[in-house]
Design a protein around this ligand. Structure first.
Ligand code: F6P
Length: 319
């Protein structure tokens, strides 16, 4: 393999830059040329492909976002879009591609692999929802952002004796809600993987109130429904002054944590190694602190197991 490409796609996540740096440096270390593709798959379709040097990735390991920019691309889902992409890859002499992103990006990667173009996926999304890896790049940083926010909310919730609903990201996956709720001692955690019962939520609040607890934190994942509506229902049912904070895209930004930088460095370098070894259609992951890989196609049909024990623990500790 003489030349490879790298792109970031889908929602950005802290640590993407560290992963790009690892791919670029690892390739150059092995004497392989490297091209950056801007704007994800859209950059493949539109030929936004540029040679990268060691210096291009200097001073980015600590930065959030992605220096290659990102996008969600409809055109790549069409045969014309994919054919144009293959032609552009060939034009630049690129023989393998590293795709850094979440499940949507892996679907794109799998489409390229099906056309016999060597491609490897690096899981990077704050949602931590990719089967085959214990952690995705960006989850740890996002979690810490949420925790810092909830700590601050708790201060004002205590001072005013209010109930707070905090809506966090996660359309189909509740890891951000579960981990932040557990780490912050939330009274209730509501997430897509576990059905919730409004009466039980209210009963918990009332029980706490009777015990003298005058403030509460409820963490809700966006996929379950609107935090604002939830707060209105609670306020009506229990007559406790309730406020809502929707954390939104703040969760996607910021300097990556040490954990995410190290994970991104290991996975980015691992992706180049896989391409050198002639692998394609594979995704990397970390399991029990070991870098592993599996077929992207398998990962796409699997359901990521939900950590029920952790959910149960959160319930037990917030009685
Ligand atoms: O990247 C994942 C994610 O942040 C989800 O948690 C969230 O639902 C979604 O992306 C938001 O996407 P957008 O950037 O299109 O608003």
């Amino acid at each position: 393999m003489k030349k490879i490409g790298v792109l970031t796609s889908g929602g950005d996540s802290p640590g993407m830059n560290a992963a790009i740096r690892a791919v670029v440096r690892k390739a150059i270390y092995h004497g392989i040329e490297i091209c950056g593709v801007k704007y994800g798959f859209s950059g493949l379709v539109n030929n936004e492909i540029h040679q990268m040097t060691i210096g291009d990735v200097g001073d980015i390991i600590h930065r959030g976002g992605t220096m290659l920019y990102t996008a969600r691309c409809e055109e790549f889902k069409t045969a014309d879009g994919r054919n144009a992409s293959l032609a552009h890859l060939e034009q630049h002499g690129i023989e393998g591609l590293v795709v850094i992103g979440g499940d949507g990006s892996f679907r794109g990667a799998e489409r390229l692999a099906a056309l016999h173009f060597p491609v490897v996926g690096v899981p990077s999304t704050i949602d931590n929802d990719i089967p085959g890896t214990d952690y995705t790049i960006g989850f740890d940083t996002a979690l810490n952002t949420v925790i810092q926010a909830i700590d601050k909310i708790r201060d004002t919730a205590t001072s005013h004796e209010r109930t707070y609903v905090v809506e966090v990201m996660g359309r189909k996956a509740g890891d951000i809600a579960l981990w932040s709720g557990l780490a912050d001692g939330a009274e209730t955690i509501i997430l897509p993987e576990e059905p919730y019962n409004m009466e039980e939520v209210i009963e918990r609040l009332q029980r706490g109130y009777k015990r003298g607890k005058k403030h509460s934190i409820i963490v809700v994942a966006e996929g379950v429904g609107s935090g604002v509506e939830l707060a209105q229902t609670i306020e009506k049912a229990v007559q406790l002054e309730t406020r809502v904070t929707v954390l939104g895209h703040i969760q996607r930004g910021g300097s990556p944590s040490a954990f995410d930088r190290v994970l991104a460095s290991r996975l980015g370098a691992g992706a180049v190694e896989l391409l050198i070894n002639g692998e394609s259609g594979k995704m990397l992951g970390v399991q029990h602190n070991t870098i592993v890989h599996k077929a992207i196609a398998d990962g796409l049909i699997e359901q990521r197991p939900f950590n029920k024990d952790m959910y149960q623990l959160s319930q037990e500790l917030s009685i």
